[in-house]
Design a binder for this molecule. Structure first.
Ligand code: THU
Length: 134
């Protein structure tokens, strides 16, 4: 579905739950399933830095743990507090590739409400997936 104003309200709500005491860079994610369920994700950092998880993946793992499966997702919206919307990191792109349709929209926003739209496959062209293992 096309980007809706409530996506921004919800993703900002998600961002408010970020636990980012080290980077101070709070990220929110708002994942919507094709059957209309929604998941709020936020980055969760750790004193052992590499253990931190990004907002995008936190929303996706919550949905999978709840029973959703690859292909069940409609869109993801991400938000940061930065001059320009920032896009998902490489690890999140790979997880998006695993769990979401190639054409699924990824809406990237910032605190000002700027929005950049992309898709999973545009963010990870020629991405590796389970198909490559056959
Ligand atoms: N972060 C995300 O949550 N998503 C991204 O796609 C980029 C980075 C988080 C990880 C870390 O907690 C903080 O932002 C700074 O890198």
């Amino acid at each position: 579905m096309a980007y809706q104003p409530d996506y921004f309200k919800e993703v900002r709500k998600a961002q408010s739950n970020a636990y980012a005491p080290y980077s101070k860079f709070k990220v929110g994610a708002y994942l919507i399933t094709k059957d209309g369920k929604t998941y709020h994700g936020a980055n969760v950092e750790n004193a052992a830095y590499p253990l931190g998880i990004c907002a995008e993946r936190s929303s996706l793992v919550a949905a999978i743990a709840d029973g959703y499966r690859p292909g069940d997702f409609e869109s993801i919206t991400v938000t940061v507090d930065a001059e320009s919307p920032s896009s998902p990191c490489g690890s999140c792109r790979q997880v998006l590739k695993e769990l979401c349709d190639d054409e699924m929209p990824v809406y990237m926003t910032n605190h000002k409400g700027d929005m950049i739209q992309s898709t999973v496959s545009d963010l990870l062209p020629l991405g590796f997936s389970g198909k490559d293992l056959n």
